[in-house]
Write a protein that binds this ligand. Structure first.
Ligand code: NAG
Length: 176
């Protein structure tokens, strides 16, 4: 019984519905069977360049089926909660990312990741056993890895570079 918000207490990301940059609903069960790297992004962060560059690199390397296993998808969620470094509209953000970085992974609608109005996806992601991280997302470019069963299995600080996740991604893809 998925509403636009998705299930109240989702058991996996597949029960969650998000919106794309145009406001259309996207059922995350569309990504069933893939390894997902979920990132809260911002366009005006001093670290925007290096993060997108490395995210693109990971995406290009692992997006397609590798050795007959489903590949990696990166889901980017713009968020303006950190230093107001994502002030633009959804259109401006998508255009910026597409023209500047030629990213091929989806950029979703701008959301909140912390607080009452945090998106159901982030409420779900943060619910895991992440003792050392505390509840809140610290800054732009925090990263979560979701396994092929839709469970958040790894969480990384914003300062962790995308490329340093490669080992964990390969493991989840069954390539290690
Ligand atoms: C990505 O962004 C974070 C947070 O702003 C930053 O600490 C990190 O150095 C950036 N670059 C890479 C390659 O991770």
């Amino acid at each position: 019984m998925a509403s636009v918000e998705g299930a109240k207490d989702p058991e996996s990301v597949y029960a969650i519905i998000v919106k794309d940059a145009k406001g259309n609903s996207v059922d995350l069960s569309n990504y069933r069977g893939k390894v997902l790297l979920i990132v809260n992004v911002a366009s005006k962060c001093g670290m925007t360049n290096s993060n997108y560059t490395e995210l693109n690199e990971l995406h290009n390397k692992y997006k397609d089926k590798v050795f007959c296993v489903a590949g990696l998808e990166i889901l980017a969620f713009p968020c303006n909660q950190f230093g107001e470094e994502e002030p633009g509209t959804n259109n401006e953000i998508t255009e910026f990312v597409c023209t500047r970085f030629h990213s091929e992974f989806p950029i979703f609608e701008k959301i909140e990741v912390n607080g009452e109005n945090a998106s159901p996806l982030y409420k779900f992601l943060k619910k895991g056993k992440w003792e050392i991280f505390g509840d809140d997302i610290q800054w732009n470019f925090a990263k979560f890895l979701v396994d092929k069963n839709g469970q958040a299995v790894e969480r990384y600080y914003p300062t962790t570079s995308p490329l340093s996740l490669e080992r964990d991604i390969r493991k989840l893809l069954g390539m290690s």
